[in-house]
Design a binder for this molecule. Sequence first.
Ligand code: PLP
Length: 474
Amino acid sequence: MDTKRFRKHGHVIVDWIADYMEHIEEYPVLAQVEPGEIADRLPGSPPEEPEDMEAIFSDFKHIVLPGMTHWQHPSFFAYFPANTSEPSVLAEFLTAALGAQCMVWQTSPAATELEEVVMDWLRQMLGLPEGFSGVIQDTASTSTLCAILCARERATSFAINKRGFQGGGAQRLIVYTSEEAHSSVEKGVKIAGFGKDNLRLIPTGTDFAMIPGELEKSIDADEKDGHLPCCVVATLGTTSSTGIDPLRPIGEICDHHRIWLHVDAALAGTAAILPEMRHILDGIEFADSFVFNPHKWMFTNFDCSAYFCRDPKGLTSTFEILPEYLKTDVDLRVKNFRDWGIPLGRRFRALKLWFVIRHFGIRGLQQKIRSHIQLAREFESWIRKDPRFEVMAPVTVNLVCFRYHPSQGTFTEEELERSNKGLMDELNRSGRMFITHTKLKGRLTLRLCIGQTNTTRGHVQGAWERIQAAVARL
Ligand code: PLP
């Protein structure tokens, strides 16, 4: 494609994106297609001859788009958000155009140095300890895996890296997290070779937060059995209900037993940008590593996961490789982020963070985050006032867990599960809003998470009206 045609198609596509952003509410939030429907409309074999961009783009609009769930729709209340914003999208254009592979300083000095700078901006914005260093990973799952691997190596003086588990000594290494922790912890434990049997799921209280006394009991029991407690993963903002594990008592236990403390704040970490929410980080000075995802709730398009650690040596000693073909003259004077994570190749993700932070400013980011939290509290108050519903978990940030459960009459759990599932399916089929479910202490719960960039009170109120109307039809 010559630049003349690139320019032409580029303008068409930018116009289309701007229209998409303006008219996103005309699309159904949840894709209204059946499994296989999109694949059936695509040719089974690749084209032999070149095709026109007009034809490709037309198929994008007519075949691909109907199969998309619109995460940027302001009535997207499902899962946790993966929000974005115009400055983030613009930066991604540039990242794609530069096409740089930022594995070491030399392969794009600006990418490395901008990453250092914006990660330190983020550290300051959240109020993380001064000595923490940051690096951008693709996802929180990868960040947590990195933490678990670093914990494994620190606990064994790098014996597993060298000799493998077979030669790493007789002691079983144990990881602890709460029963409400994200599935990425279990995945990390399996990939890192601990084995699922060596992951302890610590009970949570009625607030779905880890009970520190239970953690301590579990660690004591393992030590008594001759095992080696290695890593604790605490969660700020559990996936099902945004439970907040109490960092300070957990940190004190880790400190006492010399256990690596990793903090998974994938969604809720963003809330710490607000001075009034900083309390969730109380005890963060005990953490060895911390992750939160600007790609969830900080208007930076997927993927962008911010990983911080107290001692980067722990990371680089775990991941360092130095083949001849990667050596450069400045290795001793610069950061080579290839040694700060799993993949060698790295996208230039710092650029979109830089665009986003500068575009909104701290004040702009705070306004959005604060409004999402306030809207969640308001939605919670509507639920509490209606005797047909109940709130299922404390609202700690921007997620409301609730269910239909009329105060009059008696219902079995099965009946409640059926009617709540029916309610959710009907709402999602409407295409006007999208919510998802979970189970809390075995009870089916509906989750409404407010974190899309352009969600306003009107959207939340609209959702509440639709929920009420759907319940009236039950
Ligand atoms: N941790 C928590 C608490 C989460 O809620 C999630 C995803 O929702 C993750 C980790 C995984 O995030 P990622 O998709 O970035 O791996």
